[in-house]
Design a protein around this ligand. Sequence first.
Ligand code: DHB
Length: 394
Amino acid sequence: MRTQVGIVGCGPAGLFLAHLLHRAGIESVILESRSRTEVEGTIRAGVLEHWLVEMMTAMGLGARMLREGHFHTGITLQWNRQRLHLDMEDLTGGRKVTVYAQHEVLKDLIAARLADGGAIHFGVSATAIHAVDTDRPFLTWRADGDGPEQRLDCDYIVGADGFHGPGRQAIPASRRTEYQKVYPFGWLGILARAPLSWPELIYANQGEGFALLSTRSPEIQRMYIQCDPADDITNWPDDRIWAQLEARLSTDDGWVLQRGEIFQKGIIPLRSFVCEPMQHGRLFLAGDAAHIVPPTGAKGLNLAVADAVVLARALEARYRDNRTERLDAYSATCLRRVWKGERFSWSMTTMLHRNPDDSPFEQRIHQAGLDLLRSSRAAATALAENYVGLPFED
Ligand code: DHB
């Protein structure tokens, strides 16, 4: 088998890339180790930046998102039992975010890609990346567990296969540098059948630390609280979760958190990670394969799709005009945006969590960071610009 671009991974980066390449007349094949059901059922964050919503709409991929997504023109921050509304639309000249779960985006993109005749192989195993420092790279894998080995010859290979995939490992260890920070807290996330408690997202740092009130629909709410990353979910009966959410989100003005049946819960660790460079020979990394952000601010999916946009433009210049400058500059172009996303996610995480390793001095500094948002329009604007999504370089 042969294609122009072999893509490992059917997440946001791989799928957007396949769609963008298709629109530029470039062929691709996606290999994915998980089943379609698993890909479409994995619960992740759900905040889409302004440009991404515009791009999905322009690509004809936004119909269900426009019907079912929730448009948020502001966010609420909370500390010391007081709330601060940041009007992002006003602060950014009209930009906003859309709350629409990542797995819903994936469902829409997979259906549209298959309807376009695109090739996605789900449930493959033993995926291996070969010869990326030659001009004839290829992929091998097995279908259905122990089927015969398959081979796909490609012009270019994209590792959009997440933090644990083979993509990053295909760059020799001596040729990459990895930057990492692991936080001493995790997030306990729940989905609950309950009505909306507040018209916008609330990011709180109060009592024992961080809490986030988000939504999925008028009937289903998504909430998170900071917890010990090594804790076991069985230590968190529903009443304990509700009590912590209430302690961290309550105010003095009679506001009530709407409770309901919790039907999904889990604990995730928080880390920041960047691999430099994001390319080697004919291999390009995109999304979590190259960079992880802690979830505060929901930048993971947005950064992954931004990589796909940069790579699609570069591959288009290569195939249409036989120019490789953009491909050569891929890693440097992406990393400038990635590091800004890392900085924002780290600063939101640091400011909004109670870190057991922080000194009282550092705790006061985080408090001052929040207080500054109340008194300085410039500080509020900087947060809002990052939250709705920074502009692209070109
Ligand atoms: C959600 C997740 C986030 O990390 C965030 O910052 C906002 C919302 C969510 O899952 O809804």
